[in-house]
Design a protein. Structure first.
Length: 261
């Protein structure tokens, strides 16, 4: 009956299932993932069942470990006492108190006792190691992987939509940058210029916007400076050709000469 199994037998069952799990891991790429996960889950659940049986034994196991520790301490003290007796025997033999035959018999008995105690201590240590492992297995809870179908996996971890398409559209939507440096260099800029206009520009400006000068002849230089200032209603006589002009005229209507110097 499973209820009557010892600690060692339960640990043996757990070890067998763990070995099967290791083999499953080695062959997982040779079968479908659902099959691999299903078998792995089965072994993990069976291990958990055996570990749960150990959980109810932890108090008893802890008590047995403490009992073993006490026995080991007693055996170690007994061992140390036998060693002291053996040293005393060697000293008495060295001083000649004992004959060789008696010394050999007593020495052999002490050595046998030491070996027997060492054997018992080793057996107790092995028992304690097994019981300690019972505690470890009882408190450990292996993660049980639940196999999910492909549809469930797609729902939990859906594949990315339009992978890579968005980036291409963004790249296409960005117009190529035109090189306008050459065009900008052809447009003169006056707004930021701190240079003053050249004299050549001033001459050109004056020649365009200033009124044309009347043609001067050698006779114009001989204009009579003694011209009476005009008065309202009085006609002005040209000093060059003698023609009379309106009072508000500045140039002769006949020859075009200036009426005032």
């Amino acid at each position: 009956m499973e209820g009557d199994l010892s600690f060692d037998e339960i640990l043996s069952q757990i070890d067998s299932l763990k070995k099967l799990l290791e083999k499953v891991e080695k062959h997982k790429n040779e079968v479908k993932e659902d099959v691999y996960l299903r078998v792995k889950k089965d072994y993990q659940e069976r291990i958990a069942v055996w570990q749960s049986k150990l959980q109810g034994m932890t108090t008893d196991v802890q008590g047995k470990i403490e009992e073993i520790n006490m026995k080991q301490n007693m055996l170690k003290n007994e061992y140390n006492g036998i060693e002291e007796k053996l040293e005393e025997l060697n000293l008495r033999n060295m001083v000649g108190e004992l004959d060789e035959s008696s010394y050999q018999i007593q020495q052999s008995e002490f050595q046998s006792s030491k070996e027997e105690i060492t054997k018992k201590i080793t057996e107790l240590q092995n028992m304690k190691n097994s019981l300690s492992r019972v505690i470890e297995e009882a408190v450990s809870k292996p993660e049980i992987e639940i196999p999910a179908s492909q549809t469930e996996q797609d729902i939990l971890h859906p594949p990315p939509l339009f992978d890579g398409i968005g980036s291409e559209e963004e790249e296409e939507s960005v117009p190529p940058q035109e090189n306008t440096e050459e065009e900008d260099s052809l447009i003169p800029s006056f707004a930021d210029s701190s240079e003053e206009p050249s004299e050549e520009f001033d001459d050109t400006f004056d020649s365009v916007f200033q009124p044309p000068e009347q043609e001067k002849t050698s006779e114009s230089s001989e204009v009579n400076l003694d011209v009476e200032p005009k008065t309202e209603g009085t006609k002005i006589k040209c000093s060059k050709c003698g023609a009379e002009n309106q009072p508000d005229a500045w140039y002769c209507e006949n020859c075009g000469a200036p009426l005032f110097p």
